[in-house]
Design a protein around this ligand. Structure first.
Ligand code: ADP
Ligand code: ZN
Ligand code: ZN
Length: 647
């Protein structure tokens, strides 16, 4: 017989091979492609070769890897949708969806006994929310509730309801390591039927879990972004917690967004997509307020208490990195026997190293970006490509010794903290310190049990967890990101501040938040201080409407990269002419232009955007033009539908 095989390559059509015996759709095979032997997915079987092809022209499959199929028609049609929505190959879609583990028979995931837990009696507001969700006839519902309003309990009650009716549940969180408490609760409550897909599973363990789900042994799956593909049969509910999180968007081809995939699954599989956040994305807010997305609002914390008082400290008046007012608050918090979290979205010691005499700036030799000084290792590092070089004390350009290290990172703030408060117990969490296995878990445990006075970290500590003794949250610099040429910069800063503030005083009245900034009048910062979400959304929506950015348009971004700048520029220009020759009514072409980050890891980068009020005409246009485009050798084209980062 003959099989159609899809590979992890940008190919529109599967390739056909000869195979001995019966092979079902859904298994993986090894087969020769362009002089290499690759693993691919069998997406079709046929009794005859494709018309016009002589049987002897078809190569044989070298090896069949699986006995049981890894996917069925439902997964395959999801992959087909991915391929047409995200403009990628079918095999690229399948590779993003299915774990690429080895053919090992069993790699069972070790699960500890779940801890006992106490179920809460639902508050009247939570009961009303549950009622609203389960009686919803629309495929989507939004739970907009302030931090601490008890959204999790609502999700779980709805999940229980679905499981009782024999339906499957998919529960998505931005980052599984930071949702330990939720995972524990879910396992305690729903027992053996739960699969937890976390980042520390090996590929084989992931595949073993995938097989358990395919066989129907699992009815409840919890995991991060890629868990959205979990092949749960008879799906009743998809929970998407922290809907606004940009980590739901994949950074590699296909650049899918778990929210978009979840919407598609909810519609096609007849499930309910239940999204929730304290700070909905602007898109979600817009849908809610134009009546296209039913929602329920939980405006109060279950445990009661006022929202925290937020104080803005202008770094123009109070020099940093830790201003006097912030240091005073840290001291006061410690005296009250409580804990502080300090948040700074920059690791390393200094983010700007330059010469005061001639203005020379240390940048990466492979990227058009400044290097970061890491003091503990005595090295300058590029945070984009990893390039490392020795720090300088003499300017390589003019020989002056007036070299300045500025733009403090977590390492420098830690140093200042330790010098100011030598007897405090201080912990730092960023990708530098959390690289060692177990460090993240240990520090979080120490924080929970009160063995840490001040926890300093990057955005990894900003996400949903609860510390019972937390009294103060300090944002060391709110402006990181606001200078980015990205239309979502203000939204990102705003939601981060509101989320971070929500951590403070979650369990006790009188929690405090201090935000340090050079831009005390920025609307994102002012609205966060005032807890005025609606004003921020309305003002930001007005800006988006005026500039025609999402949610008032849809975007497709095309990024060209390669080592030879002339070729990259020429290809971007060439593709732009292809597009403009065929541009449908209502579709706009922006660019080409160099990306804000012009060069990363030795690759020059140019981008162009398509913009329109809906995706359909852009999908059609690209489905026509992409096959006509042959990039120069060494030039790569990345297609990003609904881009989130535009740098
Ligand atoms: P959210 O996800 O909305 O930020 P959580 O679901 O994490 O809030 O709930 C905040 C805290 O309130 C948690 O510690 C949770 O255990 C507790 N909680 C939730 N529901 C109730 C309830 N009905 N009664 C008492 N405590 C509750
Ligand atoms: Zn100089
Ligand atoms: Zn670099």
């Amino acid at each position: 017989m003959w099989v159609d095989v899809a590979f992890n390559l940008p190919l529109r059509e599967p390739l056909t091979y000869r195979v001995e015996g019966e092979v079902p759709v859904g298994v993986r095979v090894r087969a020769p492609v362009r002089g290499r032997v690759l693993t691919g997915y069998v997406v079709g079987v046929r009794g005859n070769p494709p018309s016009g092809v002589a049987p002897e022209d078809l190569k044989p499959v070298e090896k069949v890897l699986d006995e049981e199929p890894l996917f069925d028609g439902r997964v395959l049609s999801l992959a087909q949708w991915m391929s047409s929505y995200y403009l990628c190959g079918l095999g690229e879609a399948l590779s993003a969806m299915i774990p690429g583990g080895r053919v090992q028979r069993e790699a069972p995931v070790p699960y500890d006994e779940p801890a006992a837990y106490r179920r809460h009696r639902l508050s009247p507001a939570q009961r009303e929310a549950v009622e609203a969700v389960v009686s919803c006839t629309h495929p989507m519902f939004y739970l907009w509730g302030v931090t601490g309003s008890g959204k999790t309990e609502v999700y779980l009650t709805v999940a229980e309801h679905m499981l009782e009716r024999g339906k499957g549940v998919l529960y998505l969180v931005p980052e599984i390591a930071l949702t330990r408490q939720v995972v524990e609760t879910i396992r305690a409550r729903f027992g053996q039927d739960v699969a937890v897909l976390h980042s520390r599973l090996t590929a084989s363990q992931r595949l073993a879990e995938w097989r358990r789900i395919v066989r129907g042994e699992v009815r409840f799956v919890i995991g991060a972004r890629s868990a959205v593909f979990a092949p749960i049969g008879d799906l009743g509910l998809i929970v998407l917690d922290e809907e606004h999180e940009s980590s739901y968007k994949s950074g590699a081809t296909p650049r899918y967004h778990a929210r978009q995939v979840a919407m598609h699954r909810a519609r096609t599989e007849g499930a309910l997509l239940l999204m929730g956040s304290a700070t909905p994305s602007l898109e979600a807010y817009h849908l809610m307020h134009t009546g296209r997305l039913p929602f329920f609002h939980l405006p109060e914390r279950v445990a009661g208490g006022e929202p925290p008082r937020i104080e803005i400290v202008s770094l123009k008046d109070h020099p940093g990195p830790l201003s006097k007012p912030l240091l005073r608050e840290i001291e006061r918090t410690k005296k009250e026997g409580k804990q502080t979290i300090l948040f700074l979205n920059r690791r390393g010691f200094a983010h700007y190293v330059g010469c005061r005499a001639c203005g020379f700036e240390m940048t990466c030799r492979h990227c058009s970006l400044p290097l970061t000084y890491h003091r503990a290792e005595e090295v300058m590092v590029c945070h984009y490509c990893g390039y490392r070089t020795r720090p300088i004390d003499v300017c390589p350009s003019c020989g002056s010794v007036d070299v300045r290290y500025s733009g403090p990172g977590t390492e420098q703030v830690e140093k200042q903290l330790r010098e100011t408060f030598p007897f405090y117990r201080i912990a730092r969490l960023d990708t530098d310190t959390a690289r060692k296995k177990g460090v993240l878990e240990r520090v979080l445990e120490e924080m929970e049990s009160g063995q840490v006075d001040v926890l300093l970290g990057t955005q990894m500590i900003a996400k949903g967890f609860n510390f019972p003794r937390l009294g103060l949250v300090g944002v060391v610099l709110a402006d990181t990101g606001l200078h980015m040429p990205d239309f979502r910069a203000a939204e990102r800063v705003f939601s981060l501040l509101v989320q971070v503030a929500g951590r403070a005083g979650r369990f006790m009245p009188g929690g405090r938040v201090v935000i340090q900034t050079y831009l005390p009048d920025h609307p994102g910062i002012v609205c966060a201080r005032e807890h005025d979400l609606r004003r921020f959304y309305e003002e930001e929506l007005a800006v988006r409407k005026e500039t025609l950015f999402p949610p008032f348009s849809r975007l497709v971004r095309l990024v060209f990269r390669g080592r030879d700048e002339r070729k990259v520029e020429r290809d971007a220009g060439g593709f732009a002419s292809l597009l403009s020759a065929d541009l449908p009514e209502g579709v706009e072409l922006l660019g080409p232009a160099p990306c804000p980050m012009e060069r990363i890891a030795g690759n020059y980068r140019y981008h162009l955007f398509l913009r329109s009020s809906s995706l359909a005409p852009m999908h059609d246009l690209l489905a026509r033009t992409l096959p006509l485009f042959r990039p120069s050798s060494g030039v790569h084209l990345e297609v990003d539908v609904d881009p989130v980062q535009v740098v």
